[in-house]
Design a protein around this ligand. Structure first.
Ligand SMILES: C[S@@+](CC[C@H](N)C(=O)[O-])C[C@H]1O[C@@H](n2cnc3c(N)ncnc32)[C@H](O)[C@@H]1O
Length: 308
């Protein structure tokens, strides 16, 4: 099915009005891209996590987008929109542009950029729809991340996979906190962990993670739990891995330390380099000694052992 994407650039005070007009001409939901909001949140967390197209912030003006089915009635409704806009928001400040998007392309566009990636010495993460000829010794993990984070290609995930190769012990228990697609939980199980608990706060991620555990033949080892950090998980693990963001990791350090068996290891990722010091301090305060630091670009991952 094809859709007409209508974009109206407007001064901030026009955003609500344009959104109302879209509702009136029957676009259903609207998308608002407001540079002020984007910068507020991107600045407060870290810009690398926000894949914001440059066009969305180029002139500092908000954009309101609505979608109409490209079914032959769209020209009439576009005319209505132009007439109402001219009346209510006169002047060059509000500009309308359109493009046709196909639902199929839209839902699947990301797939063409997702190719098998090697992380570490043995692990290879491959999309479920791609062929890959495994080399001797490869541990191939098949992923379909859907809408969940964790295709395996992000630097923060690769860092975790590399550290998992070093720290997973055969038969050990692993907690994967913020499992997303389940990529790290599946990797831990394939690397020989005896039991893996994969937790995510997002129910959609939990469904995707369970599907990926099944796809990789490790559903019997991987228990998926929906919950906040380790609130719903009892007992101790030999390894806890958490790829979230620096502030969450720092706050989570005492809970992680409490969930580790003596000598157990926390692998923490999703840490932008400016915040690595803050995380190291939090880990040490929680009784964890940093034993390894790995980096990719501006991302840092840490392995820290619970002091005996
Ligand atoms: C950056 S993704 C990591 C996904 C995957 N583990 C990977 O390494 O590619 C972070 C995940 O943490 C989850 N998350 C964020 N805050 C959480 C919390 N307080 N408790 C559990 N999961 C959380 C998010 O829903 C998201 O799926």
């Amino acid at each position: 099915m094809e859709w007409l994407e209508i974009t109206v650039r407007t001064p901030p005070e026009g955003v609500e009005l344009v959104a109302d007009i879209f509702q009136e001409i029957g676009t259903g939901g609207v998308v608002i891209e407001d540079p002020a909001v984007i910068f507020k949140y991107a600045g407060a967390t870290c810009p690398e996590e926000w894949a914001v197209p440059e066009s969305a912030t180029a002139d500092g003006l908000p954009r309101v987008k609505g979608y109409l089915p490209a079914d032959g009635t769209q020209s009439k409704r576009l005319e209505e929109l132009a007439a109402v806009l001219a009346r209510l928001l006169p002047g060059p400040a509000s500009a309308v542009s359109t493009r046709t998007v196909s639902e199929e392309d839209w839902a699947n566009a990301w797939k063409k950029y997702y190719k098998p990636v090697r992380a570490g010495r043995r692990l290879v993460v491959k999309p479920s729809w791609e062929d890959y000829r495994a080399e001797e010794g490869d541990l191939v993990i098949e992923m379909d991340p859907g809408m969940a984070f964790g295709s395996g290609t992000h630097a923060t995930t690769c860092l975790c996979l590399r550290l998992l190769e070093k720290y997973v012990r055969p038969g050990g228990t692993v907690y994967d906190v913020g499992t997303g697609s389940g990529v790290l939980a599946v990797a831990a199980a394939r690397l020989g962990a005896g039991r893996v608990v994969a937790v995510d706060i997002d129910p959609l991620a939990c469904r995707v993670a369970a599907g990926n555990a099944e796809r990789n033949g490790v559903a019997g080892k991987v228990q998926v739990v929906q919950g906040n950090l380790l609130e719903k998980v009892e007992g101790r693990a030999d390894l806890v891995v958490a790829n979230i963001i620096a502030d969450v990791i720092a706050a989570f350090a005492p809970e992680a330390a409490g969930a580790l068996a003596p000598g157990g290891v926390l692998i923490a990722s999703g840490i932008i380099e400016e915040k690595a010091g803050l995380v190291v301090c939090a880990l040490e305060a929680a009784g964890l000694a940093v034993c390894e630091r790995d980096e990719e670009g501006r991302w840092v991952a840490l392995a820290a052992r619970l002091k005996a």
